[in-house]
Design a protein around this ligand. Sequence first.
Ligand code: AMP
Length: 279
Amino acid sequence: MIIFKSSQLLSHRIEKQKKSGKKTGFVPTMGALHHGHLSLIKSSKSNNDLTICSIFVNPTQFNNAEDFKHYPVTIEKDLELLITHQCDVLFLPSVTEMYPPGYFKKTYALGEIETILEGYYRPGHFQGVCQIVDRLLEIVQPHQLFLGQKDFQQCMVIKKLLTLLDKNEIDLTIVPTAREKDGLAMSSRNLRLNEEQRKIAPSIYKELRLIKDQLNEKPAEALKDEAIENLEKKGFQVDYIEIANSKDLSLTKDINQPVVAVAAASLGSIRLIDNLLLN
Ligand code: AMP
């Protein structure tokens, strides 16, 4: 695996590969890699000649300074995992490499998707995500971009970003959520859970499963309320559990359309998200 810290050198290398007809797949991450990230790497490897992973904890997408400060960094282990999984290239830039002095922060006209659900609870988050993905796509110029379904709303935001940037030729591939044996969606933030919190954390997925199992038996509103109540009883602070149209995330009570249950809840200062397609 080759590690690049310079965007210029990486771009140069990729240009050369592209000229020789090689297909490139790109997996952007914030590191503290787990099997969810690695499933994206595997998908990229099976579809492309060259797989590029980036690790960059992007400060502009954190609306909470404490969350940024405590975001897990496990670079030695990440390198080992990437090498074992035969990732071809790692892009490991510094903050000044990504946001050099004089960098002009663009604003992206994302529409309603920016301000609902995650956007409501994390103001500015999706603008930050777009800033970094825009920069990364400029440098990497991939044929295929791999994202995880775990961040359902983020996938929609990036789809919109590709349209705004006139980059619809990039094939956006969404990979299913990798879970621990007990159902907990894999996440770098899980590393921050203490023993007690780790035991309770799978309840989010359990509640999403309950919603799915009872969808045809109870009204959507009642299912949501029960799930929130159950999580609160276990000590979660719930931001939302919603049933939404899976095409645009508009909230709905009509389950005769493609719907997804989305959830965000915190245990102490650790905020977890998950989702489950319901039909
Ligand atoms: P992150 O490092 O959390 O920014 O995630 C980098 C990429 O990995 C994003 O596209 C995430 O959606 C994806 N990802 C994170 N967790 C999982 C998971 N459990 N299963 C599948 N993809 C994931």
